[in-house]
Design a protein around this ligand. Structure first.
Ligand SMILES: *Cc1c(COP(=O)(O)O)cnc(C)c1O
Length: 236
């Protein structure tokens, strides 16, 4: 990694933080309320470690194998590690004990698999329920109408704790920058908090990525997941 790349990452994070703070203040909220999760996929341990030195609240990984490799390489230091990608139930066991938060729980089945595995280890795993807010056939996540039932069942498991909601809305058309979907998510978040389930703390509303995090903050997000605006474009 060159000195220039290091400087670039630090500079990018400074700019993202600045934009986050402006969006928070415009919405009448305190900048400290909003967490910045670095979406680290396809960035190696060295780049991740560099980013985490510059005011990132947590690292968010998408793939189990990639997470394990970087974990071994000491990429995350003492920063909280989140899982934000598609998760198969048979891989849950690799995450328990490593991840502070599994954000992408998009089915009851996955929530129950996490509960079982956490119980085996004698720990409580924090999770977010992922909502398929655009009701897109190709996307994972719970249908908004299935949220209540899922929370009602999962609250019976002391080894998982629901900490909030996460969403990846449909690719925006420029005109509304996903505001519609973000607004709906905020409403779901408020409704679920009002229902006061046991064992459910509606602390985090995770939405907003590089292209739309300021719009998400305007709509109530308090956790943004930012990748390319920190690390530069990914080359697939
Ligand atoms: C990659 C990713 C992000 C960040 O995407 P960028 O557009 O690069 O900021 C956020 N959330 C999830 C779930 C991701 O997979």
């Amino acid at each position: 990694m060159t000195e220039q790349e290091r400087t670039q990452i630090a500079e990018n994070i400074r700019r993202v933080r600045e934009q986050m703070a402006e969006a928070a203040l415009r919405a009448g909220r305190r900048p400290e309320e909003i967490q910045l999760v670095a979406a680290t996929k396809m960035n190696d341990a060295e780049r991740v470690r560099e980013a985490l030195r510059h005011g990132i609240d947590a690292a968010g990984e998408n793939r189990v194998q990639e997470l394990l490799d970087k974990y071994e390489a000491g990429a995350y230091g003492d920063k909280p590690l989140h899982f934000i990608g598609t998760l198969q139930t048979n891989k849950v066991k690799y995450l328990i004990g490593k991840t502070a938060l599994i954000q992408s729980v998009g089915s009851l089945k996955l929530g129950q698999a996490i509960a079982r595995e956490a119980e085996k280890r004698g720990v409580c795993q924090d999770i977010l329920l992922e909502v398929n807010i655009g009701r897109e056939a190709a996307k994972s996540g719970l249908d908004p109408d299935a949220l209540d039932e899922t929370a009602a069942i999962l609250q019976e498991n002391p080894s998982v704790r629901i900490r909030g909601l996460m969403a990846i809305p449909p690719v925006a058309d420029e005109s509304d920058k996903n505001t519609r979907y973000f607004d709906r998510m905020r409403q779901l978040f408020i409704d679920m908090a009002a229902k006061k389930y046991d064992n459910v703390n509606m602390d985090f509303l995770s939405m907003g990525m590089s292209g739309d995090f300021t719009a998400a903050i305007a709509c109530g997000s308090n956790m943004v997941r930012v990748g390319s605006a920190i690390f530069g474009p990914r080359h697939y």
